[in-house]
Design a protein around this ligand. Structure first.
Ligand SMILES: [Zn+2]
Length: 152
């Protein structure tokens, strides 16, 4: 299941690591994409793409792993950490570099995201939260195309 383009499969992880947690796909109000309820049920928004559901499910799994419920004033920080971890898990550097190379350096982020089977938000989060060694490695992998992706 682990390959450069699919480093992590949240559906399999859920099944193997969290067998008691159920997933439902249902209509949701507002712009909510998913929700973890009582640590036993993950609700995913109906009408979303499989890439979005994959990203949202990963996000909720990271919440499960971290085990934090109400973080009070730290809620926003916790969300950002969870978001970054989900993006890191779903997008490997090799997969990212391979996608950029195959699409050409000028492909818009939405197309690169599609190629990686993630939503655009997850891709931009991954780029924004690259660690310095990862940034260096990505530049190496991309060689001449690095300038275009150094903006992240
Ligand atoms: Zn969250």
């Amino acid at each position: 299941m682990t390959s450069p383009t699919h480093p992590y499969d949240p559906w399999r992880d859920l099944q193997e690591t969290w067998p008691d947690v159920a997933v439902v796909i249902e209509p949701m109000g507002g712009d909510l994409l998913g929700e973890l309820r009582d640590g036993r049920l993950i609700a995913l928004r109906a009408g979303t793409s499989s890439a979005q559901r994959r990203c949202t499910l990963t996000h909720e799994i990271v919440h499960l792993e971290r085990g934090l419920r109400d973080c009070g004033p730290w809620q926003e920080r916790e969300e950002a950490l969870v978001h970054a971890e989900a993006a890191r898990r779903l997008i490997s550097l090799d997969g990212l570099a391979a996608a950029v190379r195959s699409l050409g350096g000028e492909a818009p982020a939405s197309v690169v995201a599609q190629c990686l089977d993630v939503d655009t938000d997850t891709l931009t989060t991954r780029l924004r939260t690259l660690r310095p060694p990862e940034r260096t490695r990505l530049a190496e992998l991309l060689l001449g195309q690095r300038e275009l992706w150094a903006v992240a």
